[in-house]
Each structure stands twice: as C-alpha cells, then as structure tokens.
Unconditional design. Structure first.
Length: 230
C-alpha cells in the first residue's frame, strides 16, 4: 500500500460525523441581490444562526502564532505532499483547517502547542535552530524518530503522540476538502437516468406501458421539465 492509499484508509477509518460537521461546511451561495433579514445564518452553509455566529467568532480568533503556522504547514506537506493525483495538504487548505479545529475542539490546543514546542527543542538540540529553519534532510531526520509509534524510543514518546495527532488532523482536513474528496473519487448522490422497467421483465409478467405513459414519463430528453397532470 502506497503513501496515498495508507492516508485514505486512515482518513476513512478515523473520521467521525461530528468532526466533519463541526469542521467543514458547504460553499456559501452567491448573493442573489435579494434583501433578506439578517439572522446570522449563512445561506447554504447548513448551520443554525447560533452555530454560524460561533463559527464567525472562531474564525476571527487566532490561536497559533505565525511561526507555529509555518511549522504546521511544513508538517502537513510532509504528511501529504503533492503528487500526480492532487496538490499537497497546504494546497487543500489544511493548515487553516487545523487552526480552526483547535479552537472548535479546545482539547487539541495543549497537545498541539506542546508538540510544536517539542519539535523546536529537538531541532535546537541537534541543529541549533527551529524546525522551520532546518533544511529538508534535518527535518526528516527528526520526523523519522516519531512517525512510527512502535519504533519510537521512550524519550521520543511525546513527539510520537504529537505526530499521531497531527497526522490524523491532516488526513481529516485533506479528505474533507474539495481537493481531497476529488482525490478519493467520491461522487456522492449523483442523478442517473431511468427509462422504465426493462421490456423483458414487463413481458415476463404480462405488462406493458401505455402510449401516454411512454410519451409523458419516460422521455429522457424531457427529464428536466416540470410535469403537468390531468
């Protein structure tokens, strides 16, 4: 199983309905120009007025520092880099998702900030600079010590726990984004065409469509028209 297939399995196995619904929303519909009562609800977003106001407040807050966001972006792209199928985690907006989710689910805040600090301390000890300031080879040397929990030494257990959380958040963010859903090949509920009960089945049971039904109900070219009835 390659890297992308592994991440798909991880995402599909760990996503919860609550996480997806609280962390993602539908695209906002374009303004039609109609004047509507300001209820605080965003059209097409699928949130109650109270939820929409809470989301707005969370979006206006900042939890991570610019330096922390830089590290999060680097880590996200290490976990899901761009490939021939799609862009990277940062291309899909995963860092912004993580910034939002730690405010929406505050129990992520301490482990995430502590893990980012752990990374910088390890890099300072080995390379005398922060994780973001390290080159790719140096970063991967640190990541390799925490990316596989079963192989992590006791002194790296905190880093391994952080990386597990980070990997789960990145996979969740990516595979609930428009880019990630396209990458999965998920189509959702899509319309198809039905041209009636097959002729051989009708014949088997002695039935047939009358001409009126054929003319008004089973013409594929008229499927988008509103039907009128006698």
């Amino acid at each position: 199983m390659d890297r992308r297939e592994s991440l798909k399995a991880l995402a599909l196995g760990t996503l919860s309905v609550g996480t997806i619904l609280s962390a993602t929303g539908c695209e906002v519909k374009k303004d039609t120009g109609e004047k509507k009562e300001d209820t605080g609800k965003v059209a097409g977003y699928g949130r109650t007025p109270a939820e929409a106001l809470r989301d707005k407040a969370l979006m206006e807050e900042k939890f991570f520092t610019p330096e922390e966001m830089k590290t999060i972006t680097i880590l996200a792209d290490i976990i899901i880099p761009a490939d021939e199928h799609s862009g990277s985690a940062s291309d899909a907006g995963v860092p912004a998702f993580i910034e939002f989710i730690v405010k929406d689910i505050p129990e992520h805040q301490l482990p995430m900030r502590g893990g980012l600090r752990w990374l910088d301390l390890q890099c300072a000890k080995h390379y005398n600079k922060s994780f973001a300031e390290c080159d790719e080879k140096q970063r991967m040397a640190i990541v390799d010590t925490i990316a596989w929990p079963e192989q992590a030494t006791p002194e790296n257990s905190q880093g391994a726990a952080f990386f597990n959380r980070m990997r789960n958040l990145v996979a969740t963010g990516f595979f609930t984004s428009k880019m990630g859903i396209k990458d999965l090949g998920y189509k959702g509920n899509t319309p198809n065409e039905w041209d009636g009960v097959p002729a051989d089945v009708l014949q088997q049971y002695g039935y047939a469509y009358d001409e009126k039904t054929l003319a008004t109900c089973l013409k594929i070219e008229d499927r988008g028209k509103l039907m009128t009835w006698d």
